[in-house]
Design a protein around this ligand. Sequence first.
Ligand code: N01
Length: 533
Amino acid sequence: MGSHYDVVVVGAGFAGLYAVHKMRDELGLDVQAFEAAGGVGGTWWWNRYPGARCDFESIHYSYSFSEEIQREWEWSERFAGQPEILAYLEWVADKLDVRRAFRFNTRVTSTTWDDKAARWIICTDDGATCTARFVVSCVGGLSVAKEPEFPGSETFRGELYRTSSWPHEPVDLTGKRVAVIGTGSTGIQVIQEIANEAAELTVFQRTPNFAAPLGNEPVDLAQRRWNAEHHAELRAGSRQHMIGVPYDPPSGPALAATPDERRRIFDKYWDRGGFRLLVSTFSDVIFNQQANETIAEYIRERIRERVKDPATAALLCPTDHPYASKRPPFETGYYEAYNLPHVHLVDVRSAPIEAITPTGVRTSSKSYEFDVIILATGFDVFTRPLLNLGLRGRDGLKLEDRWANGPTSYLGVQIAGFPNLFVINGPKSAVALYNVPLATEDNVNFVAAALARAIADKTATFEATYEAEEAWGRLCEGILNLTVIPHSKGSWYMGENIPGKARAAYFFSGGAPLYRAICAEIAHVGYGGFALD
Ligand code: N01
């Protein structure tokens, strides 16, 4: 057996970097971290596809824990692109000197609880083994690509790329016939970016999406200075907002407004960018299907205005799910791309993709030839990244078996039966509807305080109880059922994008302030719902 550590951290994204800093530099613990990628960045290391960009404003989608980091880093665009976010995370990693805690290009293959010794045994794909008193998973929720259902991808004679493992060297699409499969946030970003580069671009769409303008622009010097001077008040506003960004509160219920008033408010927030259209317009659009239909129809109208061919516009208008019941994407010129003569939209709802062939794609009605195929078909969210750690808890309990009927957790941070394992942004945490860096900081701070308590009390095991987990699951389910989200079809929000995956509440949807207050209260009362032995 190799070395023993206080804590093993897995993952070097936003969560892993902060967790290492917190556990090592603030708690003084002996930390070993592993990362499958060749460097830091997590999502932003892997997702290098053309057009990759964050749709939360960077001034908010960044760490808030350090005065110095906030003061020194300046964002060049309102919604930064992948290269700038990766550069930021690399800069933070150097500033905190956390790289030396990591073994890169090293994947954790099994994580087994040793009941007698009250510690974890961690094996990695380089054949090494170590042990740790605590494991902190920072593997992310959207980090394992969905396995494509189409047979034949290995037979394709052209170039085939997945957005989530895009090559590091430039991919030249000029003069090529390109296919994009998938029109979620990723597909939309790729399509609008490459539409002018490819000779022919064919988009395979199964479900149209409600995309709204991103509203990106460069940040001028005056604004940068203002941001640097006001970050404290911006963060204070973020902490009070349900999605962790200081957006305007909504104007009351849509159903109480006249059609003209609704139009005025939707117009006001339409191109101001980001999630404002959802959270700053009307209070009932996320809860009431009739109210939701008012915003859904508004977006459809705007799509019809922008797409010249009425048949293409009709195909691009979602009609089978409420707005925001699937995670809403944001765009810049996405709909206009379909006005270009060399951009084609293929409906694979009516004629599904049957196979990738040596020369292209075959649907149930036609075969298409391509030089390049890009898969933007999404992720096996929340559960798969944790299952891939090969977790076995008390008495050899496999996480697969524990989660046979869907994921369970207490607060998203612990799983009953898996003592001393902590999860950052796990299933049933608040992260899906919450600005990720702030959600991350909340979870890491909670876990660090829990570890400090366990160490101070000489507690051998810190573990969520089954009862607490069940109650938390019911709360997550109950709040989600108040919203339109369960009316989505095929959304990763409900685990429905993966054939055979359990349909469940995968996250806490009660908003960031409530989540944070519950976590704080639970810590304050001595970690109710956790067994400290
Ligand atoms: O994945 P998705 P994504 N045949 O699951 C289609 C975050 N993100 O990578 O809807 C045909 O949303 C599928 O069709 P359907 C963000 O949280 C953030 O785009 O299942 N099509 C859908 O169109 C986002 O929500 C940013 O009918 C198939 C697409 O593939 C999350 O990542 C940027 C298919 C998958 O869409 C995931 O987004 C990008 C099949 N067999 C992503 N299987 C930011 O800006 C799947 N599809 C921060």
